[in-house]
Ligand binder design. Structure first.
Ligand code: DX5
Ligand code: ZN
Length: 229
């Protein structure tokens, strides 16, 4: 993965057809997605269950670009190698998932993946201050994780703090939850460059009729890039 701060739209397949992930990922990429965001939930760290490494491995051949795997699981460490072998490019673990995020991030990089750390809305930016040289991405949750389609929670102050903490380091700021053409400019203005969007990308379309995915992606990107116009 090469690093740049261009806006990246990462559709979350949590909002896709669960019986058709391969075709949904290919359709989203064909319609302009930069990354594909894959939400793994365990029913323990978050109050919902999705799928695990076997499903990630099955999805992988259908994604040409970056597979961005968001682990909403606890514990994390025992599963890192399985998700790495499933072909994840980025593995993001939550700082709240256990007492040893430092060890977890070391293990993610040792497994050959880019390492991400995610922060729940209640976790301050300062919690990751000592991790800046161990991460490739910081994911700021703008909903409490577990479900798609929730209302955006304003985290712009936290995003600005993270942006100044990151400085010149090649670290992405990813926003996850409630991103749409209205909220995207707020987070980009504050310093974000990767925008995860589930419902706002997949609404109105399907594998048989993917054009709305493209319209939705273009609308989010135009609103986000409008900040710099
Ligand atoms: C929430 C997930 C998100 C979710 C975003 O727990 O991590 O990736 O799918 O969905 P929307 O964009 O619908 O808020
Ligand atoms: Zn996510």
């Amino acid at each position: 993965m090469t690093f740049d701060r261009a806006i990246k739209i990462a559709p979350s397949i949590l909002a896709a057809d669960f019986a058709n992930f391969g075709a949904e990922c290919a359709a989203a990429e064909a319609q302009g997605a930069d990354w594909i965001h894959v939400d793994v939930m365990d029913g323990h760290f978050v109050p919902n269950i999705t799928f695990g490494p076997a499903t990630c491995a099955a999805i992988r051949p259908h994604i040409k670009g970056v597979m961005d795997v968001h682990l909403m699981i606890s514990p994390v460490d025992a599963y890192i190698d399985a998700f790495a072998q499933a072909g994840a490019d980025i593995l993001t673990a939550h700082i709240e998932a256990g007492p040893h995020i430092h060890r977890t991030l070391q293990a993610i990089r040792a497994a050959g993946c880019n390492a991400g750390v995610a922060l729940n809305p209640g976790t301050p930016a300062s919690a990751v201050a000592d991790l800046m040289d161990m991460v490739d991405l910081v994911c700021v949750m703008t909903v409490n994780p577990g479900f798609g389609g929730q209302k955006f929670i304003d985290m712009t102050t936290k995003i600005k703090s993270l942006r100044s903490m990151i400085g010149d380091r090649p670290i992405h700021i990813e926003i996850d939850g409630g991103v749409d053409p209205k909220t995207a400019p707020l987070v980009v203005q504050a310093g974000a460059d990767v925008l995860v969007a589930g419902s706002a990308v997949f609404k109105g379309g399907s594998v048989q009729n993917p054009a709305p995915y493209g319209e939705n992606i273009r609308a989010i990107r135009a609103a986000a890039e409008g900040v710099w116009a």
